[in-house]
Design a protein around this ligand. Structure first.
Ligand code: CUA
Length: 196
């Protein structure tokens, strides 16, 4: 002990002052922990990328964007709101630069509603303020969001992913209407309010 005090750098410091080498050691430890976490997260990104497993977390349903409007589920005549046999409602939309197709849809209050949306070109975003509906719309994937509206409302839905020069003008509307007004559309009928 006595020998240590002969070295001026090793002399005890006044209370409350932490020796420089202790500070340096602690900082180095934290630096190594941070570096290890970073490497771990980067490794996850690289591995999932190489394995082809990097996908939007909410949905892994693939679709060929060249078929939109023309054939398959997102054929032109299948867009809009439709009633399912179990009483729920499905809304199919295509997001494209710079509009949602159809631009306006009606959905009934108090019934299960399922939005199925896909993109024809770049990444768009679909958001109904104040509800759980908030998703990215990625080309090549079908984004599906389930909800149930508790009150009548008219939502303006802004695209919330920057998608090009017309992004700010990419809006459409979802109208939550009373069940009576929604009526009982035939199972095969597709509804939109875009032309009203
Ligand atoms: Cu579509 Cu921004």
């Amino acid at each position: 002990m006595a020998e240590e005090f002969t070295n001026p750098l090793r002399q005890p410091l006044p209370d409350g002052i932490i020796p420089e080498d202790v500070v340096a050691r602690t900082e180095n430890r934290w630096l190594m922990i941070m570096a290890a976490m970073l490497l771990f997260m980067m490794a996850i990104i690289v591995v999932t990328g190489i394995m082809g497993a990097m996908q939007p977390s909410s949905n892994v349903e693939l679709i060929d964007p060249t078929t939109l409007h023309l054939q398959g589920e997102f054929v032109e005549s299948n867009l809009g709101t439709t009633a399912e046999p179990d009483g729920s409602v499905t809304v199919r939309l295509i997001a494209t630069q710079y509009e949602f197709v159809p631009q306006c849809v009606d959905v009934p209050v108090g019934r299960a509603v399922k939005f199925r949306i896909t993109s024809a070109d770049v990444v768009h975003g679909f958001l109904l303020p104040g509800t759980n509906v908030n998703t990215m719309v990625v080309p090549g994937f079908v984004a599906e969001v389930r909800t149930r509206f508790t009150k009548e409302a008219e939502y303006a839905m802004p695209c919330h992913e920057f998608c090009g020069l017309g992004h700010h003008a990419m809006w459409a509307h979802v109208r939550v209407v009373p069940q009576e007004r929604f009526g009982k559309p035939a199972l095969l009928e597709r509804r939109t309010c875009a032309t009203q």
